[in-house]
Design a protein around this ligand. Sequence first.
Ligand code: PMP
Length: 354
Amino acid sequence: MAVRAELLKNIRSVEPYVPGEQPQEKVVKLNTNENPYPPAPGVQAALDSLDPADFRLYPDPTSSELVRSLADYYGVGEDQVFVGVGSDDVLSLCFLTFFNSEKPVLFPDITYSFYKVWAELYRIPYECPALDGDFRIVKEDYYRENGGIIFPNPNAPTAIYEELDFIEDILEHNRDSIVIVDEAYVDFAGRSAMELIGKYDNLIVTQTFSKARSMAGMRIGYAISNPDLIRCLNDVKYSFNSYTMSRAALVCGAAAVEDRAYFEDSVCRIKETRERTKKELAELGFEFTDSKANFLFARHPRYDGGQLFRELRDADIYVRHWDDERIGQYLRITVGTDEEMEILLKFLKERLSQ
Ligand code: PMP
């Protein structure tokens, strides 16, 4: 039965974000930038410590255990940390909290496609300055009146990282706007903008447990900023949903943060595999950006991106591809284990020699 026009006119209609596929069968899964390695061993012990009898009780609405471990880890105050259900939750609340101007929020034309969806959902005006021919953000495009700024660093899906002086230039030119730096992939890249928090009161940095900490399935993300902005974020959160973090997420998250050595080792392995894969892809004639993330953004000058994507998929090798004018020739390939990259490279070698 079709919904009547009278009803439809008061119903919010949005074009949703389309997440990468989560196939149930076993495939070589290089399509959603997950970590191929398990989380820190302490996470198992944290899980074992859970008593299902406690599940009848609501979790701690302030997420204090997890907030404390993140505050200790980064050497900031507990009042400077906000946690949410993945950074998607944190970022969507940031849009709701900080982007309330009549002026447009600015983010790049090629970037994390969820930004546009949140802007549309919350009816926030936005404009998308184009990346340059090398897929770099043009910082001067952000030196104008706006209702806020957000971009990932490294950017997605381009995987390009900008140094902190670049971020500072944007912050300097936007003292009266909130600037959000989405650092989902920064652990694979370089210095975090977190060290600028004390210097710029308009800066919010978000990070996630989904990538370098191997916990996409637990859904944990966080924002670090000054206490005033974190308070605003909490006020909105408590007006929306008090109990965002499950008991399991709180204890497992805290356990993961404690194991610095495991984290650093896992990041190091992925970076080594990334650099090795770059060399091999170059030998096959692929062109790609200088990725500083846990994924590569590559195209082959002689093979259509969409076609290659479908052939890989038929061979149970899942990567990501967008039917888009500017990036339709590119594949976004998550850095998996060495074995997974071998399977991918073997397929490409055979395909390209035909
Ligand atoms: N930001 C960027 C740039 C991303 O690519 C992702 C992952 N899809 C996220 C944020 C959200 O990640 P999560 O919600 O798993 O923390």
